[in-house]
Ligand binder design. Structure first.
Ligand code: DAK
Length: 258
């Protein structure tokens, strides 16, 4: 792959978008390579995925403006659909995904972070949905995921004004979960991944599924989504071992993903 790097750290994997000459802007090739890289992940080994950008300036400075500039409506529809398919794949991966936002997360870059489960930012991170300043709407889910995450009022303000916000404001809006100095970002994300990976993988995956599938549903139906995932954890070796350990006053784990 030309633009995606893969690294494995114990139970976590890191996918890095590396197109630094364009501040990791998402062109069609990056989107296709991201898709292939996701398809190549082995979830028997990986319990958490981290997505980040290469270099010190950008997570991803948006969809590639040079590529979009001359698109017809038909081409734009295909580009948007393809990006959305890949982002949705990321969002619905069986394991949690952490965005390590190491700089500019603009437009499609912000939307990539929004498709992840958790966003951790470096102090130099900058977020925006500047599409209306380029004569278009957000196209990789921004008008849908941003209001769901931070509420429609603030999301509309960001989407209508194209304003940039810094990491501290993103934190206060709930757009990111934590902010760290740039040099600590990846190690803090790996620490968080390790904490997640120390829990029963089947239960963590079921929790992600319950949240993702239940969140748009009416509460009576949403509770049913949880009930299915909850029941599915029983009779697994990890559930039996962990509950037996509690009863016998022992520490649970290590979990086997069985
Ligand atoms: N696309 C292409 N190239 C980009 C880029 C981008 N989004 N962002 C930066 N680059 C390139 C620059 O052109 C420059 O290339 P060279 O001139 O060196 O060849 C290189 O990266 C370094 O950038 P700068 O020289 O500009 O660096 P600065 O530090 O001065 O400025 C900046 C950094 C991030 C403030 C600035 O580069 C900037 O404003 N970039 C554009 C940010 C932006 O507006 N992003 C949002 C793009 S819109 C849809 C699907 C998707 C979308 C919408 C619709 N459907 C099909 C419906 C998504 C839209 C977007 O993401």
């Amino acid at each position: 792959m030309e633009y995606i790097r893969f690294e494995k750290h114990d139970f976590a994997a890191v996918l890095t978008i590396d197109r630094q000459q364009a501040l990791n802007a998402l062109n069609s090739q990056v989107i296709e390579e991201l898709d292939k890289a996701i398809d190549g992940l082995n979830f028997d080994e990986i319990r958490v995925l981290i997505v980040t950008g290469a270099g010190e300036k950008a997570f991803a400075a948006g969809a590639d403006i040079g590529e979009m500039a001359s698109m017809t409506r038909e081409e734009a529809r295909a580009f948007g659909r393809r990006g959305n398919e890949v982002f949705r794949k990321l969002e619905t991966l069986p394991v949690p995904v952490i965005a390590a936002v190491n700089g500019y997360a603009l437009g499609g870059g912000c939307e990539l972070a929004l498709a992840c489960d958790i966003r951790i930012a470096s102090e130099n991170a900058v977020f925006a949905q500047p599409e209306v300043s380029l004569g278009i709407t957000a196209g990789f889910g921004g008008t849908q995921r941003l209001p769901r995450l931070i509420g429609p009022g603030k999301a509309k303000e960001l989407l209508y004004t194209a304003s940039r916000i810094k990491a501290g404001e993103a934190l206060s809006l709930g757009l990111v979960n934590a902010v760290y100095p740039r040099e600590e970002l990846l190690s803090q994300c790996l620490k968080l991944a390790e904490k997640i990976a120390a829990n029963a993988p089947i239960a963590v995956r079921a929790t992600k599924k319950a949240i993702n599938e239940g969140i748009g549903k009416e509460m009576n139906l949403a509770i049913e989504v949880e009930a299915v995932q909850f029941a599915g954890c029983f009779e697994t070796r990890d559930q039996l071992n962990a509950m037996t350990a509690f009863i016998e006053k022992r520490k649970a784990g290590p979990f086997m993903n069985k």
